[in-house]
Design a protein around this ligand. Structure first.
Ligand code: PLP
Length: 517
């Protein structure tokens, strides 16, 4: 068969984002800047309700949603048109305003669909680059490129994948200078940035804003976007969009989302005011270079080129970027605090190899400490405390390395021969081993208090070399013990203290101490 498709279409590549296997991925998806939680329950219910209306056979009708969106956006209903995702909005705008050989400006790197739509139309694409140093918007270059042949300028605000925010003042400058061209302002991440060019539309009708319910609202799979523009242009767009391009399931969900906007706002607040600063602080602390972002994602330079793969193997999917000026970077979407804690934890353990340690006292914490007799010097006296096996297993599961650290007064003296210590000690370790629990290190101070050694807790002599040799994650490591000396020891090595009541329940102590939540 002769392929008689347009030459320029034949020369294009299809836009193939790395979707394969995402839906079945059991970890956290931080690769597509989606909402990382399902949409609110009311939205899910609205979808179920629609499916039971017995109206699947009736064509869609949009009026109500456009009114509701207009209220949300703060414009008239005739200044809004809903689309099948904002991808369709972008495509419609390129089709309405450009033809073959028209010049368009797409500040680069940016979202793939802009290039796709421009290529379909046969546009000449100018690509001023976001500045290499800080990925700021190349305002002077864009202004310098504007002339009569430029028909459309893209301002992706904030820009995907750089996160760059363009100031409203710069958008005004572009709209003024390009008064005979269209300024397409993509606000897919508006809910996160809080910055919008919508209030400029009445004064500058060449500004056209696209938005989506795929991101903060969490409706990516249903495909709802919209265009905000002067009603003259909306009338033109309506000639291109099919009358039923957005389906009624999507419409029901969109409607319910706007009704339950408080929930959407709560999610946005958590992402932007809690989770994102936490990730930034983590990057700062660990000298990971990242770019300032006004959206729910951050572009960063990983420590090495294995980071993306290693994170994926450990349940966290990010999006690698390799475009001009952002070579070898990764983009991480920001989700909830809990999810980002997990991201940080995996990054720390797998990439920075900074393991977290549980420094555990022995007598009164792991095994019964008799009140009447002084030492556990025979197997008969050995009793593993409640919650110890369960707690140690849980620590293992949570990636803690176990360290035992104990003061044993006078091992090797006549009253406490070495063998009398070792027999119950080895028995205890063999019970642990049978349960799959092993200690990375065991530190025992054999001295009497009177010897004034430098290794008896709360002194740190026993672990000094260990702490120098091993990069320990001080934020996540902890000491658990039943005595004030344990508490002071934790302070001396700079980690958290988890109190255990003498001979109490170890698992409960870990829960109380916030280690197991
Ligand atoms: C800047 C930008 N615009 C538009 C979109 C497309 O969104 P939608 O799902 O509404 O087509 C995306 C999605 O990643 C985006 O990053």
């Amino acid at each position: 068969m002769k392929n008689i498709a347009l030459q320029r279409i034949k020369e294009m590549k299809s836009y193939n984002p790395p979707l394969s296997g995402r839906r079945g991925f059991s970890g956290i998806l931080l690769d597509f800047n989606e909402r990382t939680l399902p949409p609110p329950l009311k939205v899910q219910k609205a979808i179920q309700d629609f499916l039971t209306t017995n109206k699947l056979q009736v064509y869609p009708e949009y009026g109500g949603l456009e009114k509701k969106l207009a209220k949300y956006v703060g414009v008239n209903a005739d200044q809004i048109m809903i689309t099948n995702g904002s991808d369709q909005a972008i495509d419609i705008i390129f089709r309405t305003f450009t033809k073959t050989d028209d010049t368009v400006i797409i500040p680069t790197p940016s979202f793939a669909m802009f290039y796709q739509s421009a290529q379909i139309m046969g546009n000449k694409i100018l690509t001023p680059l976001y500045k290499k140093a800080d990925l700021s918007f190349p305002i002077n270059e864009v202004l310098g490129m504007i002339n009569k042949s430029v028909k459309l300028i893209v301002v992706c605000n904030p820009n995907n994948p750089t996160g760059t925010l363009v100031s409203i003042n710069d958008i005004k400058k572009i709209a003024q200078k390009a008064s005979n061209s269209i300024v397409l302002v993509d606000e897919a991440y508006f809910e996160f940035s809080g910055v919008s060019a919508v209030p400029l539309i009445n004064k500058y009708p060449n500004i056209i804003v696209t938005r989506t319910l795929s991101k903060a609202f969490g409706l990516a799979s249903l495909r709802v976007g919209y265009i905000v523009a002067s009603n003259i242009y909306i009338n033109e767009f309506l000639k291109i969009r099919g009358p039923y391009d957005v389906n009624m399931v999507a419409l029901s969900a969109a409607f319910a989302s706007l009704e339950d906007f408080k929930k959407i706002q709560n999610y946005v607040d958590e992402v932007m005011t809690k989770a994102k600063p936490m990730v930034e602080e983590f990057f700062n602390k660990n000298d990971v270079t990242y770019y300032s972002s006004s959206a729910n994602f951050i572009l960063f330079k990983p420590n090495n080129n294995q980071v993306g793969r290693l994170l994926k193997e450990n349940g966290i999917l990010l999006r690698p970027q390799d475009k001009t000026n952002i070579e070898n970077t990764l983009r991480v979407s920001i989700g909830t605090v809990k999810q980002m804690k997990q991201f940080i934890e995996v990054y720390e353990n797998v990439i920075l190899s900074k393991p977290k340690y549980a420094f555990l006292d022995r007598d009164g914490t792991l095994i019964f400490e008799p009140q009447d007799t002084f030492q556990i010097d025979s197997i008969e006296k050995l009793r593993i405390l409640d919650g110890v096996i369960k707690g140690l297993k849980e620590l293992n599961n949570r990636g803690y390395e176990l360290i035992m650290i104990s003061n044993q007064n006078g091992i090797g003296t006549a009253s406490f021969p070495k063998a009398n210590f070792e027999i119950p000690q080895n028995k205890m370790l063999s019970i642990f081993k049978k349960n799959g629990i092993t200690f990375k290190e065991i530190f025992i101070c054999p001295h009497l208090p009177s010897e004034n050694c430098n290794c008896r807790k709360p002194k740190t002599g026993l672990v000094e070399k260990f702490l120098i040799k091993n990069q320990i994650n001080k934020d996540k490591s902890f000491v658990c013990g039943d005595r004030p000396t344990d508490k002071l020891f934790a302070k001396n090595i700079g980690v958290k203290f988890v109190y255990m009541q003498t001979n109490g329940n170890f698992y409960n102590a870990l829960m109380k101490g916030g280690i197991i939540v």
